[in-house]
Design a protein around this ligand. Structure first.
Ligand SMILES: Cc1cc2nc3c(=O)[nH]c(=O)nc-3n(C[C@H](O)[C@H](O)[C@H](O)COP(=O)(O)OP(=O)(O)OC[C@H]3O[C@@H](n4cnc5c(N)ncnc54)[C@H](O)[C@@H]3O)c2cc1C
Length: 400
């Protein structure tokens, strides 16, 4: 069977499976849910995907049902998910991408055997990297871990604060970056630990966002004991491990979102019709521009993926994909907000759910999160200017 025939067969298979199994009324259902019910609905959809073999197509073969998909196959699966308008998997995103790439690239065989199957059984991870004064400049983190022997056990005792941890209130485990040394450059004293969220001394406080969601949390860690065996990589070598975690964050995972945004253009067309604006040249011009921008974002995501399929990986490419997506998402939700007018502002926001819900004000406010999450837009531009365009590096020690 040729590659094309194989991919078309897969497309038919995925489409049929989604027709039979994807939640159809989730946009309506999510609106009536509180946050905890949302988490349950996400767990159910994740379990269904696991059973179908589509929960972790990006994992290598042998680890899970339906895994070991090539990049071209993953693309087909993402395209079909976008076409079927499936709910975004916010709750298990860190588990299947960030945690999994950390274990696959840097974990011991024991850690892989223990944690990867557990993820597919529903164990949920969050990411405790950022701190109040360590986001873009992550290496300045201060959350401190001291190695001690307590009751005959070798443990790290952790004290400090983390912030912006997505879905930490529902997580079982946390990918935690801590400072174990202040010697040498700041990247050199960081260690990567796996924290049990039920451990004594862990306090999680959800942060209420402007649109009513509680997508992320603060975490306060007070004398939290983490067994030394729950360390990934060597002590003080956590910076390199964190790069493996973060490498999964940009680029490929944005592809599904980009396709979904293009699919969601129908919501704007619906608004135009509903408001009788089909003849308004200004509105049609703005809509036309947005369609082009969405196509551009998809083309860039496609090219990124094709490069990866061809084995071309350049520093900065993922930043282009992320910045394009987050910019166009903002333009998309802004046009919707404008066309929706006052009436549309009264609709209750959908909990978390998606970035293109059609609840325009909520979507617009949410779109700003994407210019920050996973590395801010400005910092991505620094990466592009310094590493892709080879412009001079920004001066050290500058003050805002
Ligand atoms: C929706 C969302 C989910 C998140 N989820 C998680 C999570 O699960 N786990 C986690 O650990 N973190 C998470 N984060 C945190 C995220 O990684 C940080 O917010 C991000 O890295 C920016 O850091 P900061 O908020 O400290 O901003 P700062 O670094 O303080 O930046 C403030 C402003 O200054 C600009 N700036 C900073 N440095 C430079 C520079 N060198 N040049 C030019 N401009 C600069 C920034 O671009 C920004 O506009 C999440 C954030 C969001 C919005």
């Amino acid at each position: 069977m040729s590659e094309d025939t194989h991919l078309e067969a897969l497309r038919g298979e995925v489409r049929a499976w989604l027709d039979a199994n994807a939640p159809k009324t989730w946009r309506e259902d999510y609106k009536a849910m509180n946050h905890a019910e949302f988490a349950d609905a996400q767990r159910t959809w994740f379990r269904t995907l696991v059973e179908g073999g589509y929960a972790a197509p990006h994992w290598p073969a042998g680890l899970a049902l339906g895994s070991g998909r090539s990049l071209a196959e993953q693309k087909v699966i993402y395209e079909e998910m976008a076409r079927a308008d499936t709910p975004r998997l916010l709750l298990s995103f860190v588990s299947t991408y960030h945690a999994a790439s950390t274990f696959l690239e840097c974990g011991t065989e024991e850690q892989k055997a223990r944690y990867l199957p557990a993820i597919l059984q529903g164990e949920t991870w969050c990411q405790g990297f950022s701190e109040p004064n360590a986001g873009s400049d992550l290496a300045s983190l201060k959350c401190k871990a001291e190695r001690q022997t307590r009751d005959g056990r070798e443990v790290y005792v952790v004290n400090g604060q983390k912030v912006w941890s997505t879905m930490a209130q529902y997580a079982d485990k946390c990918l935690l970056l801590v400072r174990t040394s202040s010697e040498g450059v700041k990247q050199a004293g960081i260690t990567f630990l796996l924290m049990d969220m039920k451990a004594k001394g862990v306090t999680v406080r959800p942060i209420e966002q402007i649109q009513g969601d509680e997508e992320f949390c603060e975490m306060f860690l007070d004398e939290v004991e983490i067994p030394v065996t729950d360390r990934v990589g060597a002590e003080n070598a956590g910076w390199a491990v964190s790069q493996a975690t973060l490498s999964s964050e940009r680029g490929l995972t944005l592809m599904e979102l980009t396709y979904k945004m293009r699919g969601a253009l129908a919501r704007i067309a619906e608004l135009i019709r509903k408001n009788g604006l089909e003849e308004d040249r200004g509105v049609l011009r703005d809509y036309g521009q947005l369609v082009t921008r969405c196509d551009e974002a998809c083309a860039i995501a496609d090219q990124f993926l094709q490069n990866r399929i061809d084995g071309i990986e350049r520093v900065g490419d993922a930043s282009v994909v992320k910045n394009t997506y987050s910019r166009v998402l903002r333009e998309y939700s802004l046009l919707g907000t404008r066309l929706g007018g006052i009436d549309e502002q009264y609709r209750a926001p959908i909990v978390y759910g998606d970035l293109t819900t059609g609840n325009w004000m909520a979507d617009f406010m949410n779109s700003y999160a994407w210019t920050i999450a996973g590395g801010s837009e400005e910092v991505q531009r620094n990466i592009l200017s310094e590493r892709m365009l080879e412009m001079p590096r920004e001066p050290k020690n500058w003050v805002l």
